[in-house]
Design a protein around this ligand. Sequence first.
Ligand code: GDP
Ligand code: MN
Length: 379
Amino acid sequence: MDLLEYQGKQFFASYGIPVSDGEACTDVESAVATANRVGYPVVVKAQVHTGGRGKAGGVKLANNEAEAREHATNILGLDIKGHIVKVIWVEIASDIEEEYYASFTLDRSAKKYLGMLSAEGGVEIETVAEENPDAIAKIHVDPMIGLSEEACRAWVAAAKLNPAATEGAVDILMKLYNAYVDGDADLVEINPLILKPTGEVHALDAKVSLDANAIYEHPDYAQYDETQPRDERETAAHEKGLQYVGLDGTVGVIANGAGLAMSTLDVINQVGGEPANFLDIGGGANADVMAGALEVINNDPKVKSIFINIFGGITRGEEVANGIIEALARVNMNSPIVVRLDGTNAAEGRAILEPALNDMLMMEPTMLDAARKAVELVN
Ligand code: GDP
Ligand code: MN
């Protein structure tokens, strides 16, 4: 679950990390009232589930009420990379001496937590990693041992921050580590972490992703679930009980089994296509499940062809074939379908499909052939 900046700041504040006083607002008048309360200058910030808001005009400084009103009016409703701004965060502006970057995430291959700290903050960390990788100080933390203050101090020293920031940075990073572990986060990122002219260190932005599987331990996380961006296709698919993940391509995918579905995506990519989705219909390839799956894919306007990839195990070929035929009688398809049917009773299944084949329903003998056909149909 990805939090909006203001939710991330509330999450940080609950672990003692200093953030600026502010409020989330959904209309211009409450934004102006907040600005008047916290005092000028203020920063008006778009709350959307995407980064780079600054560059997109979603972060503006206001020196007085008129400017606060103007920025609030302009930012509410703004389209930032396809995300329409419905909430703005208004906070008291900070004086910045230096901008740093700090984060914790999981390094799966090392089986450890990974902390990253850089004196080059305020820009995307990917850019720093590419152009100046030595500017990122990394620390691996063994989850069984935890982060000692001593190790944290050495890490801060390695990042070569302004010495004035050392104490504040160590304090915040220890708290950030606690937030990451105790809060069951997948990612906590502060960019920029700032040093103020007064010597204080402070979180000016917050990017937090919480582990949705840990909600049972944190009932209050339910509030974040409500503000998650929804993919309409995923909502429709999940209502039908389908294991569906929306992707950006043009080849709709239906497969039985998560492993086969994933390799289907790989094969589509391999032959030069782009999958529109991941969809695992599991063992239930009956007409209801197949019709539901086809409906969801049919409603995706980007889909130009559909690849049904079935390897029968417990699910038998003739069941699948009957399911497809029955489903097609119910759903009026916009795109052609290519079927690859193999495994248990595949021959019986193919025999059922054979008479129904036409230019909207095709069959190929192998997964690779079928992927090629589906990609060819897109072009
Ligand atoms: P992002 O572009 O979505 O990452 O949004 P940020 O919250 O990181 O803000 C982008 C940039 O705006 C920061 O790197 C700062 O340079 C600037 N900025 C944000 N808040 C303040 C503030 O309170 N004072 C000043 N002077 N600059 C700010
Ligand atoms: Mn930022």
